[in-house]
Design a protein around this ligand. Structure first.
Ligand SMILES: *Cc1c(COP(=O)(O)O)cnc(C)c1O
Length: 393
């Protein structure tokens, strides 16, 4: 069984491109060109150079001694928190802005929830001198003021989405509407391994640099390229897809995906998609999503804005249903505790998204010589308010 996308854009039963006819030309243009562009030597050269000199790659693979001591295994942290702009998201936006240039596009649009993907997009647009419009739910704009201002400082236009619940899914709808109306000169930078084919595959390939680096870094430090576990949090699933990518076909490597349990999976305030979701179509792809009996998308909830999404990407839906990935969920409370623990044991304050991944360490029945890689997807600076409000430290 393969865990990569097939010729038709599917991962097992999930994926595809369920889009309105008006969007077809844009998506089809991308589908026909993305692989040949990405695989060209000239593209790879510029992409690699920007990852090195602008993003700051390779990011370190750090053996966390005190955390290892506590959990009784060798634990390594992949330091995506040290990327420019503070998280893994910029790996993808750098790749996609280069893609947009090759496709001859003049403008960039994006959606954002908490503003992290919006900031990463505004950043690369400034870098390349391209016009940037970011759609953001009106409620999210109030909740995430600093990121709105960051985007504006970087020169982006932030447009409030005022329909529906005025959050991420509404911003996504607005961005899609804009794209339909401006097909020829605009590229839509999607922020995770979601959306119609070829987005999930393209974004996974850009993020795959994470596991490409882990392999040689781990070999240097342990003598083997393959760990026993790779652990990552899953919102849409891009940091996890990047951390798993080069291990997908190696069944010896256990892939652990951590979803946001919110106030508890049965509380009605959760974003644990694989526990609560069913198959359906969300933002252009067939995947698992949280929905009511009659198929209306349910409002998700998590303390971490980056995990507050009602679906997961189709690759992850396939990893879950095939059993290749093990999916766990972590409550707000346990994630916050894990964030404080990492701060105290290693001097690293993680993004609350990433903190979810650390909260499953005591559930893995680890052995002394097990090698665990945790993808530390982002830094906690943006979450200071949330840590302060939570208060238990
Ligand atoms: C956005 C974000 C996530 C969630 O997105 P994925 O696509 O699931 O990776 C996780 N961690 C951080 C730090 C983020 O900013």
């Amino acid at each position: 069984m393969s865990y990569l996308v097939d010729e038709k854009g599917y991962y097992g039963a999930f994926g595809g491109a369920y889009i309105p006819e008006m969007l077809y030309p844009n998506v089809e243009e991308l589908r026909q060109n993305y692989l040949s562009i990405m695989e060209s030597e000239e593209f790879q050269e510029e992409f690699r150079q920007l990852l090195r000199d602008y993003v700051g790659r390779p990011t370190p693979l750090f053996e966390a001694q005190r955390l290892s001591e506590k959990y009784g295994a060798r634990i390594f942290l992949k330091r995506e928190d040290l990327c420019h702009t503070g998280a893994h998201k910029v790996n993808n936006t750098v790749g996609q802005i280069l893609m947009a240039q090759r496709l001859g596009k003049k403008k960039i649009i994006a959606e954002t929830g908490a503003g992290q993907h919006g900031v990463a997009t505004a950043t690369v647009c400034a870098l390349m001198g391209m016009e940037c419009i970011v759609y953001m739910g009106e409620i999210d704009m109030e909740r995430q003021r600093p990121n709105v201002e960051r985007m504006k400082i970087l020169g982006a236009q932030v447009v409030p989405a005022t329909s529906g619940s005025k959050t991420l899914k509404d911003a996504t709808n607005e961005a899609m509407r804009h794209w339909i109306n401006n097909p020829s000169d605009t590229h839509y930078i999607i922020g995770s391994v979601v959306g119609p084919h070829p987005y999930p595959d393209m974004v996974a390939r850009f993020q795959a640099v994470i596991s490409e680096e882990i392999r040689w870094q781990l070999e240097k430090q342990t003598g083997s390229q393959a760990p026993d576990y790779v652990v990552a949090c899953v919102g849409g699933g891009s940091n996890a897809a990047g951390a798993y990518y080069h291990y997908l076909e190696d069944p010896e490597v256990k892939l652990i995906a951590v979803e946001a349990g919110g106030l508890g999976v049965d509380s009605g305030k959760s974003a644990a998609t694989t526990r609560l979701g069913r198959s359906g179509v969300l933002h252009g792809s067939k995947t698992l999503l949280m929905q009511t009996e009659d198929g209306q998308v349910t409002e998700p909830y998590s303390i971490s804005a980056g995990l507050d999404y009602p679906g997961i990407g189709p690759m992850h839906a396939h990893l879950f249903t095939s059993g290749r990935g093990e999916f766990l969920d972590v409550t707000d409370e346990d994630a916050m505790k894990a964030g404080i623990e990492l701060s105290r044991l290693e001097g690293i304050i993680p993004a609350i998204e990433s903190a979810h991944a650390f909260a499953v360490l005591d559930r893995l029945s680890l052995e002394r010589d097990d090698v665990v890689v945790i993808n530390l997807s982002g830094r906690g600076d943006k979450d200071l308010e949330t840590y302060i409000k939570w208060g238990k430290y």
